[in-house]
Design a binder for this molecule. Sequence first.
Ligand code: BGP
Length: 487
Amino acid sequence: MKEIKIEVMMMAFKDGFLWGGACAANQFEGAWNIDGKGISVADLCTNGTKSNPKRITTKIEDNTFYPSHEAIDFYHHYKEDIALFAQMGFKVFRTSINWTRIYPTGMEEEPNEKGLKFYEDVFKECKKYGIEPLVTLSHYEMPYALVEKYNGWASVEVILLFEKYCYTVFDRYKDLVKYWLTFNEINGGITKLGTVLSLGCVKDYNGPVVEADCSPQTRFEALHHQLVASAKVVAYAHKNYPQFKMGNMNVFLTSYPRTCDPLDVLENQRHNRVLNWFCSDVQVRGEYPSYMNRFFKDNDVNLKISEMDKVILKEGTVDFYTCSYYMSSCITTHDDVETVEGNLAGGVKNPYLEVSAWGWQIDPDGLRYSLNEIYDRYQIPIMVVENGLGAYDKRSDDGKIHDTYRIDYLRSHIEAMENAVEDGVDLIGYTPWGCIDLVSASTGEMAKRYGFIYVNKFDDGTGDYSRERKDSFNWYKKVIASNGKEK
Ligand code: BGP
């Protein structure tokens, strides 16, 4: 009998795959009080160390170092930086608009023209090189005036103010920007770090960011306001700017049951649903998932979701799903296990994984697994809009930065994405985090570097802001040029 040979087509990254890099305004622009910019939540955060963690202050204190004030001064270096991104072959560049450059307190009648002009120049510079901007509307840049007046997203009033800001920038950049994300890591609001950075629910609080907390009631109300705001601006964009593609942005903190004890499996399912699925279920499917009722009951959360809110959520579902992915953790009901310092949302040590210098468990297979889970659930295009290795970069004797550890990390994650594509996932883009060194969000340090481009700027505020290519720069250039084949 004649043998029938079935040829399996290997699917690689599709043509037009959006390779690029990601940054956020508050972590790299600097120029915090220039050209009419107001104070944002991030501008009141100090840098930190293990013994003296990052704090949020209620006003600018003398002799205190605020990393976002200068950051790497992208504000004055954007032409040079975008030219370097273009040299690497970027197809897309993810950045955010700092709300306080457009509306300094969030409450002005008219926008600040100088702020609008700055982003127009940045986006035009990207377009000059054929780089598509991917813009996050809110990445920890809430006007601090709204914290003072409303306790941030705890108040429903903030929705209208956020809408006004979004509609201003949609109108101004309608011909320059096609891809938009509403809230960076919206589900991060469920963690303590998110209380400050994401929700801004820290009125009158002056202390360590990792200790800031608010009641589950306030936290989930604030998140509800963000989810409604997100849906409103997505629906508005769909109606008024059909050329836009609107995405969500979720921090995907993959977790595994630590043992095969069914109680560990159940606990992991509960953890996963609340942390990883709740917000994106609302943003992609347009309604609160039923499993949250049990969670709200157990945690005394009583949300008033009006019929109007339900309609808004249904009308404002996103076109594509995006997430950050850095690490995974294990969940258990047992107490005879080791914890890991760096797990952002709890969880215990996975004995099979290495950790980064900040205790983040490195897990490329977890990325493949998670992308499959996400695609199985939603069946819409996916972009990985943050991923990377925060590391202490040291100069070698030849004066250069040979960051092979970063190349190894990124290579393994790109291989994982390639496998996910072969598994059938519709992956459309990849923007590694901090493509140029910038300030760390969790610690406020400059020493935690992610970039392909080194910036001479240090934690004591010294440095001349000069830029240098690390080894990973040329490596990533080859990856992009070969559409992921050479790595
Ligand atoms: C994500 C944030 C980014 C970024 C990144 C790396 O949670 O969206 O803003 O900073 O994590 O984290 P870190 O800077 O703490 O190393």
